[in-house]
Design a protein around this ligand. Structure first.
Ligand code: URA
Length: 197
């Protein structure tokens, strides 16, 4: 479905009125995105949690703070170099995973967002984003860190920071160390992109 929206602001206003699924009943607000709308790197996560629902911004709770720190360690500034959103824009109750029906209901917003951003590099943050965007269920541990061409862009799955919070070891080969390696790869690819016109 193509939505007649040509700016992020229009998209945000249209999203704010969305009642396409039951998540609308429990949300405080629709969480659309944060960061630089001209960024060449788009990060797509799962769904807002409690803090995100409260602030109206994605990845601002504990997971988001870890994500920002990891990006920073890899030389990527989340405000300057990225735009961050989720496959589902409203908080699921008790932070459960969004259902297939909720993913499908929110998909047109995500597609519009991806088209408006037009970022050449896309990171799928966690298994739900992998499922929501590519329809791949499971396998994030073997797919992470690998670029794949997708709709004229380059896309890479990475581990979700909430998983890294539960697995905080930083020794070589740990999920956190691997994620940092992945993000360094991303920074290198960002630096290799031709200058925007
Ligand atoms: N986890 C996500 O996937 N997205 C958020 O916005 C916050 C936590």
């Amino acid at each position: 479905m193509t939505l007649p929206l040509d700016s992020m602001q229009q998209l945000a206003s249209a999203c704010a009125a969305c009642r396409r699924c039951g998540l609308a009943d429990g949300r405080l607000q629709v969480v659309v995105g944060r960061g630089n709308p001209r960024a060449r790197l788009l990060l797509i996560g799962e769904a807002p949690g409690a803090q995100e629902d409260l602030e109206g911004l994605p990845f601002v709770g504990r997971s988001g703070q870890l994500l920002d720190r990891l990006l920073h360690s890899a030389g990527i500034d989340s405000n300057r170099d990225t735009y961050i959103c989720n496959v589902v824009k409203c908080r699921p109750p008790d932070n459960r995973k969004p259902s297939a029906a909720e993913l499908a209901a929110c998909r047109p917003w995500l597609e519009q967002q991806i088209a408006l951003l037009d970022a050449p590099l896309v990171l799928l943050v966690g298994a739900t984003a992998l499922q929501g965007v590519l329809g791949i269920k499971g396998g994030i541990t073997s797919l992470r860190g690998q670029w794949r061409p997708w709709q004229g862009r380059w896309l890479m799955p990475i581990l979700h920071p909430s998983y890294l919070l539960r697995n905080p070891s930083e020794r070589p080969g740990s999920p956190k160390a691997l994620t940092l390696d992945d993000l360094r790869q991303v920074r290198e690819r960002l630096a290799q992109l031709p200058a925007p016109l």
